[in-house]
Design a protein around this ligand. Sequence first.
Ligand code: GAL
Length: 659
Amino acid sequence: MPGVNTIAFGGDYNPEQWPREVWDEDVRLMLEAGVNLVSVGIFSWALLEPREGEFDFGWLDDVIEKLHAAGIGVSLGTPTASPPAWFWKAYPDARPVNRTGVPLGFGSRGMASPSSPEYHRAVTRIVTELATRYGNHPAVRIWHVHNEYGAPISDDYSENSVLAFRVWLEDRYSSLDALNAAWGTAFWGQHYGEWSEIDVPRLTPSVVNPAQQLDFARFSNDALLGCFLIEKRILNELSPGVPVTTNYMATSCPSIDYWKWSQEMDIISNDHYLTASREDAHVMLAMDADVTRSLAGGKPWLLLEHSTSAVNWQERNIAKTPGQLARNSMAHFARGADGIMFFQWRASRSGAEKFHSAIVPHAGADSRIFRESKALGNGLGALSSTLGSTVRAKVAILWDWESNWALNLEWRPSEDLSQRRQTETFYTRLWRDGITTDFAHPESDLSGYDLVIAPTLYLVSEAASANLDAYVLGGGVFVASYFSGIVGVNDAVPAGAHPGGLRDVLGLQIDEFRPLRAGQSVTLSNGLSGSIWTDDIRPATASVVTTYEDGPSAGGAAITRNEHGKGTAWYLSTEFDVAALSDVLDGAFAEAGIVIDPTHDENVETVVRHGDGETFTTYINHGENDVTIPGDGIDLLTGSSANPLVLAAGSVSVVRRPE
Ligand code: GAL
């Protein structure tokens, strides 16, 4: 980011919710807390364009000047996630319609129909005005486009959407014959004779054609991406050199294919909120951060939002414990974030989010949360030498939104199938073993990884199938769990036995799926137990590592291993829990040369960032005891020598060492 030469620190700043007297106090407190970047204007459309085509930038001019005078940079929001009331009155057809046919009203926030020409026109006008006025302002460091595309909703069943879906399909298939073949419309008499007969997948008496649903998910993703690109092109032209981003929800927005979006982003940024009900929320945080870094192609990225303490939208909004704010923030830093930002600077007094935490809570600056935020901001100020350093991983988990969309459609062999849950289980095993993990698209270059894991990767395209085959032939170690490689891009089963997309690489065929009953478990010949699933496996070139002792596949293969070219491919036909995965992955780890540090403490999250001739290792002590870490180096947060490093319970250190 131009003009930012240390880790960015700050948050969403909504001065329009406050009288001007408060603005001076805001800037004073921001400086005290070490804030150097704030996101402004994200929901300000109604104030900036109070009537159609009439603009009032006076207040925003003053805010930006005030911040600039204090040396605080601006991440300037485009306010297009919340069109003004006049827009909805003038253009009611721009409202999104839900699957039951109900048009959604004004009074909260969220998308307009992403396919509405009126919305596109209004977006073009406000973004052009903003970019013309502020595009070359020295305080503007980054453009923050829209807000969390895909939330609160991502599907639109309006007439605008129907028309745009047909255009999208014509573009994808060129001919109706191709579409009929791809969707398998011979089934249930769904053949189309005219493009105008095709509808969005609304509520129907039974299950809608799965290929149609999958294409609608792709179309909905592309429609939103199209909205982003309208804005991005204007900003790149009128504000050259200022990077453009939009805030992702890396693992918590199932409807957006961020691999695709990341090709269009100048900088990757993410929002993350803990699920307070989960004991392992910090592990899920790490997973989210690792997905974000992977989307950034291993380069640094920005955390644009997280919370200082409780959010306001979960069943029970649990406050963070002392020190948790720093641990959470530094876990994002450890995994490659070059900016740590919060929603939000000052807690609102009105509106739906008034019970959400902030850097300045309702209690004001004389509060634990402000003090902890300030300590964090000042600590990050000591980390400028880490800027631009990167994280390296030898293991990748395959992560594909399209496969997830397909798997989550109706009428699968078991409702217990979940790519998400399987991914979490494998990730947690690696997290506990202290192994830094990337996420990768199945069609991406995998040659840099020693081990690649496919957790229930249901949909495997022909390109992915060839890619995985080449990876193993070239010497890679591959582990696939059950119900992987079952369908191709149209949710159709390829010719021959399952798993069509992975049959060669795994060296086996599956004659029948044999899912388990709810709560049922099976015992394996190695003494471990599995749940959810088993298969009737017929090995071809694969050898059987473990068999089932009981259950529907008793006597048959449970785990197989296939030597394929220079590499090996393992197949796990049942679900293992995190503890069992230790044993199950042992062989694959050994073959891939993955060694678990015998001194690794599961409570100490340890991640290395590589700089120019030096490394920066973040240690986060999630446990209740102090821990001593041997070795030399400088603890950048305290400036003292770390020989050894005594890491107090709940604390964080960043140690610099020569590479
Ligand atoms: C985010 C959103 C913010 C705020 C926050 C509350 O999803 O981008 O505007 O609503 O949630 O946690």
